[in-house]
Write a protein that binds this ligand. Structure first.
Ligand code: R5P
Length: 326
């Protein structure tokens, strides 16, 4: 028995690319193992070189890389790491992408458009990935694009427990910033004792990227503490327009909770200038010091990733980490 245990401990290996090594270090530390030493650098023309500094033969390899900006470079680096692991005889390769890039294009809105979420899945499969581990995909059905197991983790309990501990639940409304996220709002409501939900009727012109048009609030938010939930804050256009719409409809206070802090371009300025009382996010992506502000709360995602990796490695149950969530 102890020999078996020793053998399996030896096989678990955690690797990191250069997008957010601090997150991988936290995960490895939670698991009580070191990161496998890896060299990575760019050639003069931007091509990437990767080499593992120890044998990885027979390992159960977890390659952690969040698709932070510059997104294309970090995705390519993760693909190259997977390729190197496959060629070095790793036994099983799991791509851990806490923020999975290109997920927003999960269908064709108009003719002659790509489906990049599918392309990403194909690229990882071709490189040699056996499974994917991701946090809060833009839409759940993206799991079906990858031909293999996908461990879809949810930050919802982490975010909802934090928010629930701070607000008066009797005056709470969960707000989806668009009609597509109403199901997630219902899950928040279930976790927080069945509070009412509302949503913003948002329309977007698919020809203009990064630009949302906020419509009306559907639901009664008068005098309520509203929690606007979203998978990501990119330019913060969606979320700050939702905040404005809620105050216009008489909301008393608005909190924003989102999993992925992409925070591109004007995001921080928009959030700072808005009347939102708190922005709660997780650190699936690196958040530079200069983006921090007093109403920003960052919840650590590493413990969840570590628990999920442990379940996968030990052939346990990732679903058990989210009991009660459907
Ligand atoms: C949209 O469908 C997404 O769930 C987010 O609401 C959106 O991508 C956020 O982008 P931005 O912050 O640029 O409005």
């Amino acid at each position: 028995m102890s020999e078996l245990k020793l053998a399996s401990e030896k096989r678990l290996r955690i690797f990191t690319g250069r997008a957010f090594p601090e997150l991988a270090e936290q995960v490895a530390s939670e698991l009580g193992i070191p990161l496998t030493p890896t060299s990575a650098y760019d050639f003069a023309n931007g091509e990437i070189f990767v080499r593992f500094e120890e044998s990885v033969r027979g390992s159960d390899a977890f390659v952690i890389q969040s698709h932070a900006s510059p997104v294309n470079k970090h995705i390519m680096e993760q693909l190259i790491m997977v390729d190197a692991l496959k060629r070095a005889s790793a036994k099983r390769i799991t791509v851990v992408a806490p923020f999975y890039g290109y997920a927003r294009q999960d269908k064709k809105h108009r003719g002659r458009e790509p489906i990049t979420a599918r392309l990403m899945a194909d690229l990882f499969k071709t490189a040699g990935a056996d499974r994917l581990m991701v946090v809060d995909l833009h839409t759940s059905q993206i799991q079906g694009f990858f031909d293999g197991p996908v461990d879809h983790l949810f930050a919802l309990p982490l975010l909802a427990n934090y928010v629930g501990s701070k607000v008066d639940r009797s005056r709470l409304t969960i707000v989806s910033p668009d009609s597509g996220r109403v199901r997630v709002a219902e899950r928040w409501s279930d976790l927080l004792g069945g509070c009412p939900i509302a949503f913003i009727h948002k329309t977007r012109d698919p020809r203009i990227p990064n630009e949302s048009v906020t419509g009306r609030v559907v639901g009664d938010v008068q005098g309520q503490t509203c929690v606007v939930i979203d998978d990501m804050i990119d330019t913060a256009g969606t979320i700050t327009k939702a905040v404005d719409a809620l105050f216009n409809e008489g909301a008393k206070e608005v909190i924003v909770a989102a999993t992925h802090a992409v925070l591109s371009g004007p995001a921080i300025e928009r959030l700072r200038d808005s009347k939102v009382s708190e922005v709660v996010i997780t650190d699936t992506l690196p958040i530079p010091e200069e983006s921090h502000f007093d109403r920003l709360t960052i919840l650590p995602i590493a413990p969840l990733l570590a628990r999920a990796i442990k379940e996968v490695f030990e052939d346990g149950s990732v679903t058990s980490l989210f009991d009660g969530l459907s």
